[in-house]
Design a protein around this ligand. Structure first.
Ligand code: ADP
Ligand code: MG
Length: 379
């Protein structure tokens, strides 16, 4: 299952881009965006929105549904398109590389930036299947924000970026955060291999101590990783560690902070025992072996856009998805579903022609928050 369709990202006419953007905007407060709403947001000068809608549906960037009412929703592919296009516009992404990881709730690729640096792109994919099961479809988390996988995935990416940035600035061994857009985070490639794939360490005790030190240092900044395990740690040939994967971090003021802290510690302790036969004589305890430093990260997090409202929405959305049975079910996404539903519209004779008009997008989108969009340069 290709999780990112690079080919589909190449060509898009101005009109298609406007209509796709309009659908995304409509989804802020609609589960499905009715055609007249897409038409009015897109505001195509010479009309013809419906034809463009059909074309986007044919290319699986949006999908028609008739329940609970008639309308279109953005697909994961459509959302990928919008994010990658924005990142390409600002030079963060010039070409796509290969997939290097499939996380629990993400797809990880290498990409090359305009400066020629090979970096890492993480696409957050949370709750796509869950939100369709949520009974109360009118569930709004704020007056104007519809609870959706788009919003959850965007918040997850933003949280990861904001924390990575703050941690990086304080000298933690984390990837260098480069950019964030929608559900995508761009960061430097961590050096080395996932700890899980390493069979032998020259200095297991030193690596273990270094990991405990990082857990304690995080706590001294008021943070618990909450998923500190062999899959979220990279170790290089010098046996230096890079910590990745931050969307689930919690504060040491969390009611279950001690539980989470101990769980992180225990994960590493049991892994080192099982894999390297190393048994720790002593492991750290929260508040006993961690001293809170003066630094408050709140301001830094806010500077990246991670504020109280975002944090509250994220907590609510995660809880909502857990209610209906956990996070993303990989492989059960809308791309596959769409395969069997390719009859979204009549064949478009002008498809090829429209595809050639790439790079004219500047005139699209009247809203200020869209002005970043532009020509995709992934070829
Ligand atoms: P998830 O939240 O889905 O678990 P992760 O951030 O843990 O996603 O990424 C999944 C996998 O992709 C990781 O286990 C790792 O192997 C790889 N990966 C993620 N980020 C990087 C990075 N910055 N550098 C190198 N590999 C990475
Ligand atoms: Mg992970």
């Amino acid at each position: 299952m290709p999780n990112l369709d690079a080919k589909a990202l190449r060509f898009m006419s101005t009109d298609e881009f406007r209509v796709l953007t309009a659908t995304e905007m409509g989804m802020k407060n609609h589960e499905l965006v009715p055609t007249p709403l897409i038409e009015s947001i897109a505001g195509l000068k010479r009309g013809g929105t419906f034809k463009v809608i059909k074309l986007l549906a044919k290319n699986k960037l949006i999908k028609h549904e008739s329940k609970p009412y008639d309308g279109y929703r953005l697909t994961a592919k459509g959302y990928d398109y919008l994010a990658l296009k924005s990142l390409a516009k600002r030079g963060t992404l010039q070409s796509l590389g290969i997939q290097i990881g499939v996380g629990k709730e993400s797809d990880i690729f290498t990409v090359v930036t305009e400066e020629g640096e090979e970096v890492c792109l993480k696409l957050h994919r949370l709750g796509r299947t869950c939100f369709r099961q949520i009974k109360n479809k009118r569930d709004y988390i704020r007056s104007d924000q519809h609870a959706s996988w788009l919003y959850l995935s965007r918040l997850s990416a933003l949280k990861e970026y904001a924390f990575m940035k703050a941690l990086y600035n304080h000298g933690f061994p984390v990837p260098r955060p480069i950019d964030v857009n929608r559900h995508c985070v761009v960061m430097s490639l961590g050096s080395g291999y996932q700890l899980n794939s390493i069979q032998q360490l020259r200095h297991p005790a030193l690596v273990f101590d270094a990991l405990m030190e990082q857990i304690c240092r995080l706590a001294s900044f008021g943070l618990i990783h909450c998923d500190f395990n062999e899959f979220n740690l990279l170790v290089n040939d010098e046996e230096q560690v890079t910590i990745i994967d931050f969307p689930q971090m919690v504060s040491t003021e969390h009611i279950n902070a001690e539980y989470y802290f101990n769980r992180d510690v225990e994960c590493i302790r049991t892994f080192f025992k099982r894999r390297f036969g190393f048994e720790a004589a002593k492991v750290p305890k929260l508040f006993v072996d961690t001293e809170r430093c003066e630094v408050e990260l709140d301001e830094e997090l806010r500077a990246s856009g991670w504020d109280k409202a975002a944090s509250e929405d994220f907590t609510k959305l995660v809880a909502l998805t857990e209610e209906v049975g956990g996070g993303e079910a990989k492989g059960d996404d809308d791309e596959e579903e769409e395969e069997s539903d390719a009859s979204d519209g009549p064949e478009e004779e002008e498809e090829e022609e429209e595809g050639e008009q790439e790079g004219e997008e500047e005139e699209g989108g009247e809203e200020e928050e869209r002005e970043e969009e532009g020509g995709l340069q992934t070829e």
